[in-house]
Design a binder for this molecule. Structure first.
Ligand code: CUA
Length: 360
């Protein structure tokens, strides 16, 4: 009795663990709470294929159990030889036709969704100035442990935070500047490889109602094992209405040069201009070419939600990162690129960086 109880306890612990590890809930990060047309279609396909598989398993299991019990050897029929049958046309047709039908039910929506989700026609229609006519296009560039988002028509660049309007198709060009990564916003869609050779294209739509439920912020992930800090290669997605997005675009375009407020921040600015600006830009419309953009653009650093993509956004964590980036994100490319900073230099640089804000 005791042993049995013990066994049940173990099973229930595993059941709870499985539930916890499957990451249920978390609507800003879960494929099970689709927040847009793409995610919804992918979710529907998952449900459809899972239902078909479960149905097949149930039918086969029931028949199997029935046959095993009904025709088992018992004392009564020990010496009885059952009727010998060689083939049955009706049965053979049934078990050939049913799987074909099931495969058709699976294949038709899968193929049609695949073509639909790969339709990036609108992003290729350019006007005379070379701008995309009626579509918002964002170039995504993945780098060892950070993301760059370039809005080519608007001529602005952000890093780590992707800003998008809701309820319309947003088209993405994705690529990588080093190794293979994968761009994925679990609740909205994606999981598209970013390759160093050649671009991939697709679209996503962010549903405003679902976005409101998660305070307009989704989490994005790198979904391709790319190095020691692969698991920390996160980005945030901020959604807003088309009007707010247009306003945000204007604000970004109007940033000229960041102004450091106060003596401490001014001191930090001097350090930034000496040690950081070679890799990090501090305006969203910085004109350096892609090859020279070797580190995240920091123009909106003060508006961000996370430090280095993963730590809570506060001064303490920023200093922690600047003191020893390797401890936070092993294998990152900032380690060893600048001289060790004194505590007072850290204070100054932190004050400067936290003041880099675009939004009013
Ligand atoms: Cu980048 Cu994993």
């Amino acid at each position: 009795m005791r042993k049995r109880l013990h066994k049940w306890r173990l099973i229930s612990i595993f059941a709870i663990l499985a539930l916890a590890l499957s990451g249920c809930g978390k609507p800003f990060l879960s494929t099970l709470t689709p927040a847009g047309e793409v995610a919804q279609k992918q979710y529907d396909l998952t449900i459809l294929s899972t239902s078909i598989m479960v149905l097949v398993i149930i039918v086969v299991t029931v028949i199997f159990i029935y046959v095993v019990t009904r025709f088992r050897r018992t004392k009564k029929n020990e010496n009885k030889i059952p009727k010998q049958v060689e083939g049955n046309h009706t049965l053979e047709i049934i078990w050939t036709v049913i799987p074909i039908l099931l495969l058709l039910v699976l294949a038709v929506p899968t193929v049609s969704y695949t073509f639909n989700l790969a339709d990036v026609g609108p992003m290729k229609q350019k006007d005379k100035q070379g701008k995309t006519k009626d579509a918002l296009v964002i170039n995504v560039r993945a780098n060892l442990y950070w993301w760059e988002f370039e809005y080519p028509d608007e001529k602005i660049i952000t890093s780590q935070d992707l800003v998008v309007p809701t309820d319309k198709k947003v088209y993405f060009n994705v690529k990588s500047s080093d190794v293979k990564h994968s761009f994925w916003i679990p609740a909205v869609g994606g999981k598209t490889d970013t390759n160093p050779e050649g671009e991939n294209q697709f679209w996503l739509e962010f549903d405003s109602k679902s976005a409101a439920k998660v305070k307009n912020q989704f989490y994005g992930k790198c979904a391709e094992l790319c190095g020691p800090s692969h698991a920390y290669m996160d980005f945030k997605v901020r959604t807003m209405s088309q009007d707010d997005f247009s306003a945000w675009t204007k604000e970004m375009q109007n940033v000229k040069k960041p102004v450091a407020q106060g003596d401490l921040a001014k001191e930090g600015e001097a350090i930034f201009n000496k040690s950081c600006i070679g890799c990090h830009a501090n305006t969203p419309n910085d004109s350096r070419p892609e090859k020279a953009r070797t580190a995240p653009n920091l123009a909106t650093f003060g508006d961000r939600e996370r430090i280095a993509g993963i730590l809570q956004h506060n001064e303490e964590n920023l200093k922690r990162w600047l003191r020893d980036p390797e401890k936070v994100k092993p294998g990152n490319l900032m380690t060893g690129k600048y001289q060790k900073l004194s505590e007072s230099q850290l204070d100054a640089l932190t004050a400067y960086l936290m003041g880099l804000k675009v939004e009013q």
